[in-house]
Design a protein around this ligand. Structure first.
Ligand code: NCD
Length: 326
């Protein structure tokens, strides 16, 4: 069965994850063989509603929707009545009247996309809600890891940085664990929450974390805009203690580890410039794979009033969507 919305990773069933990752692979094959467009969403409209800054996620969704032949509207939040005090609910009512089929939303308020999903028949995709979830980022990360490790069970991913404020850390670690991957966190004590799943190891010391022998080192951006107090002495100090410095990159290279980052990168903070040319950097693979993964998500979701809400899932859903023959 299809779903109406994609709000989080936590509620996805294993067969849904497997289906989405398989579909992403087929879409990627199709589009690397020079097919530019398929008519899967012909006649459908996709509304991009980004209340927070974004370049890669926004453009990735836009390209994905256009490759599926959807009509894309960019709702200009900065110049809309929202800046005149219109509430999100009023905006949604207006948009509902426009009969949009899909809403891709990013907002600083955790839980808002889920709330909107309950008020509209459009399919809602959470493109990041505060420090809560970022499900398509998690899917593209898992897809990128599976390209290198087709059977990723037992592999280890070390997520380094600002875990506390990161929706990527939350969604990606949840998904990787669902795939049988071991996850550990490394960062300053102030940015690595003590609560959360007991299955995730927590380190504050770089050497101790490397002794855990990860296969992938996943860097997070230091999210200055979400930090209302100072969590560490300075950015220079952060780079020295937790950043991938030139010396650490040499060690990572000797060990043959992969490096990932969701972007945007703060160069000189979480990683040194040389990482951009590192042969096992998967950062551009992540960007490229984001398009196929978002196509798979858009193609899978089905707008309308008849679909069970995400919370009411009890039975194991059967998945169905456009069947692709690569
Ligand atoms: C992330 C986000 O916005 O949550 N970036 C992204 O989606 N490409 C991570 C970040 O902003 O640090």
């Amino acid at each position: 069965m299809a779903r109406k919305d994609l709000i989080d990773i936590a509620s996805l069933h294993p067969e849904e994850i497997e289906f989405l990752l398989d579909q992403s692979k087929s879409f990627k094959k199709l589009f690397t063989h020079s097919v530019k467009r398929i008519p899967a969403l012909e006649g459908k409209s996709v509304l991009m509603l980004f209340y927070e800054a974004s370049t890669r996620t926004h453009s990735s969704f836009e390209v994905a929707a256009k490759r599926l032949s959807a009509e894309v509207t960019n709702f200009d939040v900065a110049h809309s009545s929202i800046s005149k005090g219109e509430s999100v609910r009023e905006t949604i009512e207006t948009l509902q009247a426009m009969r949009t089929d899909y809403i891709v939303i990013r907002h600083s308020h955790p839980g808002l996309p889920g709330m909107i999903a309950r008020q509209t028949t459009a399919s809602v995709i959470n493109a990041g809600d505060g420090a809560h979830e970022h499900p398509t980022q998690a899917l593209l990360d898992a897809f990128t890891i599976k390209e290198k490790f087709p059977d990723p069970r037992g592999k280890k991913v070390l997520i380094i940085g600002d875990i506390l404020h990161s929706r990527v850390a939350r969604s990606t670690s949840t998904l990787l664990q669902k795939l049988g991957i071991e996850v550990a966190y490394l960062g300053p004590g102030s940015l690595v929450p003590k609560y959360g799943p007991a299955t995730i190891r927590r380190f504050t010391d770089y050497e101790a974390a490397m002794a855990w022998a990860p296969d992938v080192v996943y860097l997070l951006r230091v999210q200055m805009e979400r930090q209302d107090v100072q969590f560490f002495p300075s950015l220079r100090e952060y780079h020295r203690v937790y950043g991938i410095t030139t010396a650490r990159l040499a060690e990572i290279s000797d060990l043959g580890l992969y490096v990932m980052h969701p972007g945007p990168v703060n160069r000189g903070v979480e990683l040194c410039d040389a990482v951009m040319d590192y042969e096992r950097s998967l950062i551009t693979n992540q960007v490229e794979n984001g398009i196929s993964v978002r196509m798979a998500v858009l193609d899978w979701l089905k707008p309308g009033g008849d679909f069970p809400r995400q919370e009411s899932y009890v039975a194991r859903p059967k998945v169905s969507s456009t069947v692709l023959t690569p």
